[in-house]
Design a protein around this ligand. Structure first.
Ligand SMILES: Cc1ncc(COP(=O)(O)O)c(C=O)c1O
Length: 459
């Protein structure tokens, strides 16, 4: 153990981020925990950022960081890319407003691009977040199949609403048997009924999934999956193909939640990687170019249930005496298909069409170098991921294939390392995955490797 390590990283962290700490003290007077989303919170206190450029973020104490959080993967072009600032200016100048509340051409332009990259998304609808996208996808599945229940996988996240906030990060005491996990509610205030109406499946275990679905398929309308758990743990090819087959056999819609993996594991998402077509797909993050967005898409006959052209919906008061709103699947939102946001999304796509393989190559290089470095320090580590997302898993295992594998990794050491990396100017939220952007270059990779070297040296 070196001299530096005898000084607690918590103490050094507090010393380096004094202004963040006092900001958080003030923020706590106005917002619970000082944050507007629980995900932004961590101990000792979150770092408060106030400037960013390219691959870098700067905190209120003036510290610089290479950013691997990239707002949970959303900023695939990094911060302040000129294509985005130009798209905002051009859209406002050309159209004279940021919002019409009517159909407009960016909606169709984006739909065409999406269909080209994700052929399974024959028809789409826009939402304002990934959460709204999964909400709509599940409503569509219930309407299409007439079945109320859903199934999701242990350790998979699909947004913060009751139906899916089940067994995302369950304690191992509550999680139940590995082959037939319990459905554990993950928040206060949730309805207990989701313990029964949301079935939890074991990821990458086809035989157990088949057994559960065979028993319960009459009550399950949708199986929703992160095709790469957490954006980084790959489903095996045989698992994803097997699940496609089983869901078809049982009359269940298979939903790929590609909010993280879309435009990141490949431009055409996990479905391009696996060459498997889901019934419905949800997208978000990258395709908003840093602004709030979600997209739901899928087979035309499924998506069409939401068309208000064949019957009146809840907003058509004039027809309430002659038809039922419940004949249409309701979907709406003041900001859906926001012109400025879609302009930014389209600009993002243009850049990504040229630069996706560079980002993937750079990520691959970073992963390889990190694994090599950890080996030199005899710390067993896997850099797990595809495309431009990965995570650092400290483990003796040869590979990580599901939630329980991840739970067996050394989170304590990882957290300690992450706090020290923050002191060295490498930013991701402790224990979070790493995302890479087009703004990252070999220079940032080298800085990152050197920072890791210093941290590993001091452990
Ligand atoms: C796979 C997945 N689905 C849904 C969501 C929810 O998206 P949002 O935070 O935009 O509501 C997330 C967010 O991280 C996600 O990773």
């Amino acid at each position: 153990m070196s001299m530096t390590s005898s000084v607690d990283e918590g103490y050094r962290y507090r010393e380096r981020t004094l202004k963040s700490q006092s900001f958080m003290n003030e923020a706590s007077e106005y917002m619970p925990g000082g944050v507007t989303a629980n995900i932004k919170y961590f101990t000792p206190h979150p770092i408060v950022m106030n400037k960013a450029k390219g691959a870098y973020v700067y905190d209120v104490d003036g510290n610089e960081y290479v950013d691997y959080l990239l707002s949970y993967g959303a900023l695939k072009l990094g911060h302040g890319h000129e294509a985005i600032t130009k798209a905002i200016g051009d859209q406002l100048e050309e159209q004279g407003t940021c919002l019409f509340g009517t159909p407009h051409h960016y909606e169709v332009e984006m739909a065409k691009q999406i269909k080209q990259l994700y052929p399974s998304m024959e028809n789409i609808r826009y939402t304002n977040s990934g959460t709204e996208a999964t909400l709509l996808a599940l409503r569509l599945a219930r309407a299409y199949t007439g079945k109320e229940g859903i199934a999701k996988f242990e350790g998979h996240y699909h947004g913060g609403f009751d139906e899916v906030l089940v067994s995302v990060n369950p304690s191992l005491e509550q999680a139940g048997p590995e082959q037939e996990p319990n459905s554990v509610l993950e928040s206060k205030g949730m309805s207990e009924r989701h313990k029964n109406t949301t079935i939890t499946l074991p990821f990458n275990d086809l035989a157990s999934c088949e057994e559960i679905l065979r028993k319960k398929h009459q009550e399950i309308g949708a199986v929703i999956i992160e095709p790469l758990q957490g954006g980084f743990i790959r489903a095996s090819q045989s698992f994803i193909e097997g699940m496609r087959q089983l869901t078809k056999e049982f009359g269940i819609l298979f939903i790929f939640d590609e909010v993280k993996t879309g435009f990141r594991v490949a431009l055409g998402g996990a479905q391009e990687l696996y060459e498997v077509q889901p019934d419905l797909t949800t997208l978000g993050k990258v395709i908003g170019g840093g602004f709030p967005v979600g997209i739901v898409g899928g087979r035309k006959e499924i998506m069409n249930i939401t068309s208000p052209s064949h019957s009146a919906d809840v907003f058509d008061i004039s027809q309430s005496q002659t038809s039922n709103a419940s004949d249409v699947l309701f979907h709406s939102g003041t900001y859906n298909g926001h012109p400025t946001i879609l302009a930014c999304g389209l600009a993002t796509l243009e850049v990504l069409k040229k630069e996706t393989s560079d980002v993937c190559n750079l990520t691959s290089e970073l992963k390889t170098e990190l694994e090599h470095l950890f080996k030199q320090y005899s710390i067993p580590m896997l850099a797990v991921g595809e495309g431009s997302i990965f995570n650092i898993v400290i483990t003796d295992k040869k590979n990580i294939s599901h939630y329980r594998d991840l739970q067996a990794s050394d989170f304590k050491l990882r957290k300690k390392m992450d706090l020290r990396l923050l002191l060295e100017g490498i930013y991701t939220k402790p224990l979070n995955r790493y995302s890479v952007s087009t703004a990252h270059t070999a220079v940032e990779v080298e800085k990152t490797i050197e920072a890791f070297r210093r941290v590993l040296n001091d452990l």
